[in-house]
Write a protein that binds this ligand. Structure first.
Ligand code: AMP
Ligand code: MG
Length: 272
C-alpha cells in the first residue's frame, strides 16, 4: 500500500466531518488478501523498528500516536500487532481511564502532558485527552461552553508539542455498530475475555448516536493540516493493523531523520 492510499481517510481541516461518509470496511475493489496484509504488516514492522532506532539516536523529533474509538474498536489490538517488531525499550504505551481524584482536581491536560513523548521517544496513547470532550460530553459532565474551550486548549497543546518537535498522529478506529455487537458477543462468549467487559461498554453502546455526534464534533474541531484525524476502517482487523502501521511509517519517514555523527574521531580509535 502506497502513501496515497491513506489520503482520502482524513478529516479535512475546518470542515464538518460526518462519520457515515467514511467506510468502516476496507475498500472492496482493491482489497489485498489477508496474507498480503500480513506481509505488509511485517514489512512495515521492520521499517518501524529501524525508524524508531534513528528517532532515538537523533533525539531531534518525537512521535505521539493517539488511538480513539468506540469500545471494541481495537485500540489494544492494533497496539499489540503494529509494535510487535519494535524493541520494547523503544516505545511506551499509555492508557487513560476515568481520572483519579487527584487527576480530576487538575486541568484536564495535566495527566496527559506528563505522559507526552520527549524528543527521541515514541509514545502511544490508548485513549487520550479526547476523552475529555467525548465521554464527558455525552454523559453531561461538561457543558457546551466548556467543551468549546477544551477544543481550543487541545489545539494549543498539540501545537505546543509540534513546536517542540513532537508530531501528533491521531487515529480514529472506525467500526460499525454491527461489528461492535459481534465483538461484544465474542467477549461474552469467551470466559478469558470477561475481564475486559465493563457495564459502561453496554451503556455506551446504547448511546451510539450521541457518541457518534460527539466524535464528529471533536474530529471536525481538532483536525489540522499539521495533525489531521485519520479515520481508519477498523471492521477488518488485518486491514486496520496494516493501515495504521503504514501511517506510522509514513509519519516517521516524513521526519527525514538522520543518525547523528559520532562525537569523536573514529579513525583515531585503536582496538586492543
Ligand atoms: P478501557 O479503555 O476499556 O480501560 O476503559 C477506560 C474507561 O475510562 C472508558 O470507559 C473511558 O470512557 C473512561 N475514561 C477515560 N478517560 C476519561 C475521562 N477523561 N473522563 C471520564 N471517563 C474517562
Ligand atoms: Mg473497554
Amino acid at each position: 500500500m502506497q502513501s496515497k492510499d491513506y489520503t482520502p481517510w482524513y478529516v479535512l481541516p475546518k470542515r464538518k466531518c460526518q462519520l457515515s461518509d467514511f467506510d468502516t470496511e476496507p475498500p472492496s475493489k482493491k482489497l489485498p488478501s489477508n496474507s498480503e496484509l500480513d506481509d505488509h504488516l511485517v514489512d512495515m514492522g521492520e521499517k518501524l523498528d529501524k525508524l524508531q532506532s534513528t528517532l532515538h539516536a537523533a533525539k531531534t523529533r518525537g512521535l505521539l500516536v493517539v488511538f480513539q474509538g468506540m469500545d471494541t474498536a481495537g485500540k489494544d489490538g492494533v497496539i499489540r500487532s503494529v509494535f510487535t517488531h519494535v524493541s520494547p525499550s523503544g516505545v511506551r504505551a499509555e492508557a487513560f481511564g476515568v481520572p483519579t481524584e487527584l487527576e480530576s482536581r487538575h486541568d484536564f491536560l495535566w495527566r496527559i502532558h506528563a505522559k507526552a513523548p520527549a524528543r527521541g521517544e515514541m509514545v502511544i496513547f490508548n485513549r487520550s485527552h479526547y476523552e475529555d470532550v467525548l465521554v464527558t460530553r455525552v454523559r453531561g459532565l461538561i457543558d457546551e461552553k466548556t467543551c468549546q474551550k477544551r477544543y481550543d486548549n487541545i489545539l494549543h497543546f498539540e501545537s505546543l508539542l509540534q513546536d517542540a518537535g513532537i508530531s501528533v498522529l491521531k487515529c480514529y478506529l472506525h467500526i460499525s455498530k454491527s461489528e461492535q455487537k459481534k465483538r461484544l458477543q465474542a467477549r461474552l462468549d469467551d470466559p478469558r475475555k470477561h475481564w475486559k467487559l465493563q457495564p459502561s461498554d453496554f451503556d455506551d453502546r446504547d448511546l451510539w448516536p450521541q457518541f457518534t455526534q460527539a466524535y464528529e464534533e471533536a474530529l471536525s474541531a481538532t483536525s489540522t493540516p499539521e495533525s489531521p484525524w485519520y479515520v481508519v476502517p477498523a471492521d477488518s482487523k488485518p486491514y486496520r493493523d496494516s493501515f495504521v502501521a503504514g501511517l506510522i511509517v509514513q509519519t516517521l519517514e516524513n521526519m527525514k531523520l538522520k543518525t547523528p555523527k559520532p562525537s569523536f574521531d573514529l579513525s583515531k580509535v585503536k582496538l586492543s
